[in-house]
Design a protein around this ligand. Structure first.
Ligand code: PSU
Ligand code: MN
Length: 324
């Protein structure tokens, strides 16, 4: 058994063994490269696209999206960026698709609940952690790299704003490599929810939960791992024991690469205030705050965010290789 949900991947491959582009249940298109990798048991790493469309400013977003894919290839794994392109869920974007997601103003941020609408109404959208995990699991990909998870928002007591990322992670068997949850969120509350949802959380090389732009969120973890092989072993054990849901591998920025904590705290306070007074709500909150950070820190948060994504892609590829 591999880290991939291999039995399901095989079913799909059998459905169309020769076609270079496979349609799974007429809904999901695999790129020829991803299709081949899943058939051969080559390690594959899923990547979300909301980070590209809504999480990073242009033109860096496209540059980062390409660099992330390159990082994964360097480690001997195949990148599978996921998005909905004109009504078709696509796993493994080609460069035209990637450019489209990075540059088109009409690309929608798509969570799991939006997938049906975007596909049914033939629109285009970028997938979040939640919808990327959902699709990746459907086609048999078991490892996923992102920047920071969604979670419980700071004003959740009033707004009930909790990311669908959490609920999805409780269902889909995925290794999710991230640098914690975005620091714009209520981090302790998010960790409590992950516990309730049976989502495993391990620190990579640390027993402190990372704070996204910051190395340490101040919350400690029960579990620390130090090698990709340990992650693969834990995921195998979870699966063998019939535990549904994901394992979050929290990979911190080194301290000398983090955003200046004083600048971070000041920017966060300002951004939250600005979001409140501008009446930003719902799915707009995360893109708004990320954009505010990038502008208010004169690119320092963008540099940190970029490094986070590249480091997580690298670690995810190593985990996918270890779990083969
Ligand atoms: N992390 C980043 N940049 C992002 C996101 C996460 O560094 O853009 C995106 C992810 O797609 C995540 C989503 O799933 O934000 C969460 O949005 P919400 O809080 O609306 O659920
Ligand atoms: Mn939300």
């Amino acid at each position: 058994m591999t880290l991939d949900t291999a039995d399901r991947a095989q079913d799909y491959a059998i459905a169309s063994p020769t076609a270079s582009v496979v349609r799974v249940k007429n809904a999901i298109k695999l790129s020829p490269e991803v299709n081949q990798a899943l058939q051969d048991g080559t390690p594959v790493v899923a990547l979300e696209s909301t980070i590209v469309s809504h999480g990073l400013p242009r033109p860096e977003n496209l540059r980062v999206a390409r660099a992330v894919e390159e990082t994964i290839r360097t480690r001997g794994a195949v990148p599978a960026t996921i998005a909905v392109i004109r009504g078709t869920v696509t796993v493994g974007l080609d460069d035209d698709d990637l450019e489209f997601i990075a540059q088109d103003d009409d690309v929608i941020k798509v969570s799991v609940r939006d997938l049906g609408s975007v596909v049914g109404l033939r629109r285009s959208g970028a997938t979040t952690v939640a919808s990327t995990s959902h699709i990746a699991a459907r086609v048999g990909i078991g490892v996923f790299a992102t920047g920071g998870l969604g979670g419980v928002h700071r004003e959740a007591r009033d707004t009930w704003d909790e990311s669908a990322d959490l609920d999805t992670l409780s269902v889909e068997p995925m290794v999710v490599v991230c640098s914690g949850v975005k620091s714009i969120l209520d981090v302790p509350a998010t960790l409590e929810r992950l516990e309730s949802l049976n989502v495993g959380v391990v620190g990579f090389g640390t027993a402190q939960f990372p704070g996204f732009y910051l190395t340490d969120s101040g919350v400690s973890l029960d579990w620390r791992v130090d090698t990709p092989e340990e992650v693969a072993d834990i995921m195998r054990a979870r699966r063998d024991l019939g535990i549904r849901g994901s394992l979050v591998v929290a990979n911190p920025l080194p301290e000398d690469r983090q955003l200046d904590p004083v600048l971070h705290d000041r920017t966060l306070e300002e951004g939250l205030q600005r979001a409140r007074t501008s009446g930003i709500r719902g799915k707009e909150v995360t893109p708004f705050l990320l954009d505010f950070f990038h502008r208010a820190t004169a690119g320092a948060s963008l540099a940190a965010n970029t490094e986070i994504i590249l480091r997580n892609a690298d670690l995810a590829a190593r985990i996918a290789v270890a779990g083969r």
